[in-house]
Design a binder for this molecule. Sequence first.
Ligand code: SF4
Ligand code: ZN
Length: 338
Amino acid sequence: MSACELCKSRKPFLRRPKTGQKICQECFFHVFETEIHNTIKTAKLFHRGERVAIGASGGKDSTVLGYVLMTLNQRYNYGVEFVLLSVDEGIKGYRDDSLETVKRNKVQYSMPLEIVSYVELYDGWSMDNIVAQIGNKNNCTYCGVFRRQALDRGAQKLGIRHVVTGHNADDMAETILMNLLRGDTARLDRCTEIITQSADSLVKRSKPLKYAYEKEIVLYAHYKKLDYFSTECTYSPEAFRGTARALIKNLETVRPSAIVDIIRSGETFVLSRRRKGTKELKMGTCERCGYISSNRICKACVLLEGLNAGRAAVQVDSAEPLDSGNAAMHKRLEHLSF
Ligand code: SF4
Ligand code: ZN
């Protein structure tokens, strides 16, 4: 009888999606957590005494992120204080239910929870109202701009300057491919970075799950019996991302390392053509809402103006990859077989 390829003693339990190795459950938990710890250490993501907000949607990515960070913080004594930060977009049957999950995670992980809502921040507009007005075509653009600012405002309210999000390796590979396919080299230049900070923000973002495969996140959540919410948003996500995702899933079946290979290519590509005359953005404040903005009027206020005036589509020139803020939210839970 064969033994686990890592510990060479216990019975193999699964074939690891990232490497194809047959390993036992204990070794799977251990490699999965240790790789995230290594990502954190290599990128020097945290410092002792830091307060960090975990962008928590109740979905599998952020639930696993919260659980693993809690575990690693204890195991390696990071000395970090974690807080859960959720955004209520106002989507009935989706966000209201997933927020219930986050409220349970708050108790399970013994972390404080702060919830910020679109309705409170944006003149009473919930996503349900926005979609009723503009239809469900550009909804994710609005949602992305609003969420980005909402997370920032929530963090600032807590006096926190660092938000970690549950973006995983699949999200990152999708974003790289999308930027490549669109010829968007400016975004391609930034999208592989593990720590980002936009000109419109005092809060930095980071992605500790950058190298974690979605399939492994699902397995981890499943076998650890974590409490997460797996329904998709009622409003359809971006079609282009769906196409990039399908492409990557196809590649993954013939070459499991494709996801991490795309990320590595993206990182190397960035380095070899870095910073050719990047424009320095000046930080100021929005004339309408007073929030930090590199433009006279911030992106959220531009969109709000359109909504309040009853107009539908307003073109927003986004300096940030909108999709990177959304991807973790619209995952579908895959049924996995080995
Ligand atoms: Fe917002 Fe995501 Fe739903 Fe789009 S799919 S409306 S970005 S929650
Ligand atoms: Zn083992």
